[in-house]
Design a protein around this ligand. Structure first.
Ligand SMILES: *Cc1c(COP(=O)(O)O)cnc(C)c1O
Length: 250
């Protein structure tokens, strides 16, 4: 292929990284007999510059995710010229920020309370498509982590009762679960948590009598191959796509 001089160095670098990722996705799918088309890449652009996001767009990315409500809304406004782009939210949302994120996003991965769901539902414009939401679950018991606790039967029953109440939210559409397991040097150590999420989803579906939980948002740059082997349908990749973030993330 001849070099296209209008493609920036940054874009070229992202294209290369995406090619590497694609290969690894295919390998993980081959190991687990999955169709690679069932794994969607979400580009986590938190703490990345506008320039870098534009380079990612030029590299073909369309689905971006952010972590911080204010940073995200600013970026969404400034990048509104990029057509066909969609924004998803993967970070914890404080109640007072619910209004801010209810409009500009297509999917929220980090719904971790009934209260937040209620706020999102009332703030979402009726004219927009329903806001797709995933419930963030904590299956590791780590106290520093957010998410609905789901480490034992009692907590699972409580979660079923909460999910039943989601029926009243007309502007939200629950489609799956999200997990952010402990940060580990060895990605294999997170396999058990990904398995727990799959098991939890199938029990929730059974209790509810419907196949509501079908999307599994699991796996980051450090463990996405293991996550895919355990059924991830959305992998959330930041640094493996864009390179190092600019500043430390809290
Ligand atoms: C930052 C972040 C990611 C991406 O992490 P990388 O290690 O950069 O791939 C994914 N999910 C959540 C919730 C994050 O906060």
């Amino acid at each position: 292929m001849t070099e296209n001089p209008s493609i920036s160095q940054k874009t070229r670098q992202i294209i290369e990284r995406l090619q590497t990722i694609q290969l690894r996705v295919e390998e993980a799918c081959a190991r687990s007999r999955r169709d690679p088309a069932t794994v969607k890449l979400l580009a986590v652009s938190k703490k990345q510059s506008l320039d870098t996001i534009r380079a990612g767009y030029a590299a073909g990315l369309r689905n971006f995710a952010e972590n911080y409500a204010e940073e995200a809304t600013e970026k969404i406004a400034v990048l509104s010229d990029l057509t066909g782009i969609s924004w998803e939210m993967v970070g914890h949302i404080q109640s007072r920020k619910a209004k801010l994120v209810a409009q500009g996003f297509t999917r929220i991965h980090s719904v971790d309370s009934l209260k937040l769901a209620r706020l999102l539902d009332s703030a979402r414009s009726a004219g927009l498509k329903p806001l797709e939401v995933l419930l963030e679950v904590n299956v590791s018991g780590e106290l520093s982590k957010g998410g609905f606790m789901a480490t034992n039967q009692k907590e699972e029953q409580a979660l079923v009762a909460i999910v039943e109440q989601f029926a009243e939210f007309e502007k939200l559409k629950v489609t799956g679960l999200m997990v952010m397991p402990p940060l580990q040097a060895d990605p294999e150590k997170n396999r058990v948590y990904f398995q727990k999420v799959r098991g939890l989803a199938s029990r929730l579906n059974q209790s509810l009598g419907q196949n509501k939980f079908r999307e599994f948002s699991m796996g980051t740059s450090s463990d996405y191959q293991v996550a895919i082997e355990e059924g991830a349908t959305i992998i959330r990749l930041g640094e493996s796509v864009f390179g190092p973030r600019h500043y430390e993330v809290k």
